[in-house]
Design a protein around this ligand. Sequence first.
Ligand code: ACO
Length: 378
Amino acid sequence: MPTTAPEVHRGLAGVVVDTTGISTVIPETNSLTYRGYPVQDLAAHRSFEEVAYLLWHGELPDGAQLREFRARERALRPLDRTTAELLAKLPETCHPMDVLRTAVSFFGAEDPTEDDGRPASGLAKSLTLLAKLPTVVAADQRRRRGLAPIAPDPDLGHAENFFHMCFGAVPAPEVVRCFEVSLVLYAEHSFNASTFTARVVTSTLSDLYSAVTAAIGALKGPLHGGANEAVMHMLEEIGDPARAADWLDDALAAKRKVMGFGHRVYKHGDSRVPIMQAALDELVALAADPGTTRLAALHAALREAVLDRKGIHPNLDYPAGLAYHLMGFDTPVFTPLFVMSRVTGWTAHITEQLAHNALIRPLASYDGPEQRPVPASA
Ligand code: ACO
């Protein structure tokens, strides 16, 4: 009896694998909501801590809930001596994403509490990661600059404290706000590759730290979170706004992907880009120096050229990459900044996966050799 070949969905494009109540992307209207709230409104009116609470609990916190959440987050920020010493031993040749991946794996090894699958345990571990990952990222950036780490300041909010730990100072409110907007926008995006990775690991009933460690590995790649770092390398390679169009023609002729452009779900523009671009424009206006103006002109010239030649729109990584550069972060730290935010979405999905778990195990269409006898060994 002839068998029809099963339909293959390479890259799972267009395949719906489960339901989620955490966020939804509506490509037709270029919109994104977290727990029903438009992300633009959250970015404009709410802090990253409030958004983290929303993703984990399903509702925005009231005043008392937010105060308690903030107090717990501030108390969890410091790293213990063993973790700090371990991270300081990692070679400086390794990527900051490797440091973060190792840190999460180590937090898991150190955590004596059982991963019993209860939402309360998951939330406690998630808050620990939210609080400690910025301390790891800041210490690592300083170490690579030959500087001693700066201890977290419990009197500062999440974003302000991160700048304090990286640079020893809190910048202008516009800069902190731009950073906070990026954290809100990066926090969650449905079944993207890293979130799906976290859900696959969780579906085997493995632990939260293993799922987040795996998700960090998935985010590192330049087709996903690694693109924000790649955007900056690309802008540096082009160097001059007048070269943008020619550089693009050469890149497309060489079948190179232009980093920070295109998206698996949005085909008419990423809903997060206008908000991030507006925050970036504020940073450029604030800096008002010739180098920044030139970089912004190059950024705009490449965006126009890609739209003109390929009709492809920028994704969030395009404005976020340049914004992080203007904030003073080292380029290899950009994707770890994404992790500091997306860890909220990953852990919300881990909790949701456990609430109605089914082992994620797709099928494949075999195209290897026909069955054949094993030859006698020589
Ligand atoms: N540069 C050049 N061409 C592109 C780009 C790009 N950035 N994105 C898509 N295309 C082209 C492809 O070459 C392809 O053209 P073809 O049909 O002539 O072969 C067509 O558009 C469709 O592209 P696919 O790669 O099939 O689209 P897919 O949905 O699989 O890819 C992806 C999405 C991986 C994000 C892709 O657009 C890409 O590689 N972009 C660059 C990396 C990037 O910015 N990643 C960040 C994603 S968003 C995030 O993580 C926050």
